[in-house]
Design a protein around this ligand. Structure first.
Ligand code: IMP
Length: 448
């Protein structure tokens, strides 16, 4: 294979779980590089559904090593539940490793996440309430607890006494909440520490050794490009960097080690939580997409907002991540429709706009300009090659590839592993077309 990053090209929930699960077959090591238990991957193998929040879906392959990297934030309670769940299903977790420098989500992070959302009133972010933002905030404030701190029982007792008391002042005085008992928190986390100890490694060193041995590494992004702290629809974003560049920082590898970036996008768009969403369908059609696509959050169960495919954010994701090829998921959800719209540009006031605006205020004023394509009104669930697809479905894919100027390597038409059309080998197939001096692609991009 090669060293490959898989990222979400929209607002998360693009179906990365299934794509990374498929690619994990040829990976020796799978690395999660950011986010925490706000993520949720659903993988269906035969008749069994696996819902994972922190552990990479590569764990389902016995030989594959899985690493939860330094850029993640780890809620030990949830991680231990996942370990137990996998064990109960007879899946070994001996190959799971966690970075000693990942930060730890504590009970006060969860409390502060929920309480601060309430305080925001109309300006709330719509977080998952899992303490993600407060954990990353402590990391930046340099008062975070890292996995390696947890591994030192004497030092962590002292550290947690100070931190819990400090957070109690915030809980009590700012949010009017009861304080936490430092002794209780310490004894609970010391127990967690012993459970996790066998899995703790120097993540960057382990990955470097694997690269030296020419093993294949898959870097698995959580959330999506538009939720990126620096490049997303700020402030309606998560607190980490899901973009491809985040993989280098979060895993501790240099950019020269990366061979390829695969972007995953749904054939339409969804978003959970607050924030602007120009192609959102607030009508029956939006409900139909939600129902047909089972668009409910893996982590919170919230109904996802649904809308048409937005090629402006698609092109932005290609640019920001350097996407080489795309995996388009959930094409089958569009099967029933008589016509399908794709947003090709925005209108802001009288002005046409081709590029994603940096300001959420401007973005909320963007009105989509659509191109309408005919639907195919027949099931694609049993298609296994491009030739099996109805002509209109193929035209739709070609249109997306042309708009985004990247080849489509893989199309998913259902949840199970076999409901996948491999157009080109996503790892070794064609890469993103390079532009010549006139801005013309020097290699052709295509969906077939
Ligand atoms: P947080 O990451 O819990 O702080 O939430 C911040 C924003 O990111 C909210 O809009 C969440 O709904 C969104 N978000 C976080 N994780 C995911 C995910 O895995 N999929 C989709 N949206 C997410």
């Amino acid at each position: 294979m090669a060293n490959v990053i898989v990222i979400g090209a929209q607002w998360g929930d693009e179906g990365k779980g299934k794509v990374t699960d498929l690619l994990s077959r040829s990976a020796d090591v799978v690395v999660r590089y950011q986010g925490g238990v706000n993520a949720g991957h659903t993988v269906v193998v035969k008749d069994r559904t696996f819902k994972l929040h922190l552990i990479p879906s590569g764990i389902l392959y016995p030989e594959t090593e899985c690493i939860i990297g330094s850029g993640t934030v780890i809620d030990p309670q949830v991680l231990i539940q996942e370990l137990d769940q996998l064990k109960a299903l007879g899946i070994s977790t001996d190959n799971l490793f966690i970075s000693d420098t990942a930060h730890v989500t504590m009970p006060y992070h969860r409390l502060i996440d929920k309480a601060s959302e309430e305080r925001r009133g109309n300006h709330k972010i719509g977080t998952t309430g899992r303490g993600i933002g407060p954990t990353y905030a402590d990391k930046s404030e340099r008062i975070g607890i890292r996995i390696l701190d947890l591994m030192d029982p004497q030092a962590i007792k002292q550290q947690l006494h100070w931190t819990v008391n400090y957070k109690n002042a915030i809980l009590e005085k700012l949010y009017n909440l009861p304080p936490l008992d430092p002794e209780e928190v310490i004894s609970q986390y010391l127990e967690f520490a012993e459970r996790l100890r066998p899995h703790v490694v120097d993540c960057s060193l382990k990955i470097y050794d694997a690269i030296q041995q020419r093993r294949n590494i898959l870097f698995e992004g959580a959330q999506g490009t538009l939720l990126d702290l620096d490049h997303g629809t700020y402030p309606y974003v998560t607190s980490s960097n899901p973009v491809a560049g985040g993989a280098c920082v979060g895993a501790g590898v240099g950019p020269t080690m990366i061979d390829r970036v695969i972007g995953v996008a749904k054939a339409y768009t969804t978003r959970v939580g607050e924030g602007p969403f120009p192609t959102e369908l607030g009508d029956k059609l939006g409900e139909l997409l939600c129902d047909r696509g089972a668009e409910f959050g893996t982590t919170t169960g919230r109904r996802r907002r649904c809308g048409w495919f937005d090629a402006v954010i698609g092109r932005y994701a290609v640019r920001i991540n350097g996407i080489d090829c795309l995996a388009i998921t959930k094409l089958d959800v569009l099967d029933e429709l008589d016509e399908i719209k794709v947003c090709v540009a925005y209108e802001i006031g009288e002005k046409r706009c081709q590029d994603f605006p940096s300001s959420a205020r401007l973005f909320s004023q963007c009105r989509p300009i659509y191109k309408t394509l005919p639907g195919w009104q027949q099931s694609t669930a049993d298609c296994r090659s491009l030739e099996d697809l109805p002509k209109q479905a193929l035209d739709y894919l070609k249109f997306l590839a042309e708009l985004m100027e990247v080849p489509i390597a893989l199309v998913s038409i259902g949840a199970s592993r076999d409901q996948t059309i491999i157009v080109e080998d996503p790892i070794h197939g064609p890469k993103r077309a390079l532009l010549d001096a006139n801005g013309t692609p020097v290699a052709s991009y295509k969906a077939s």
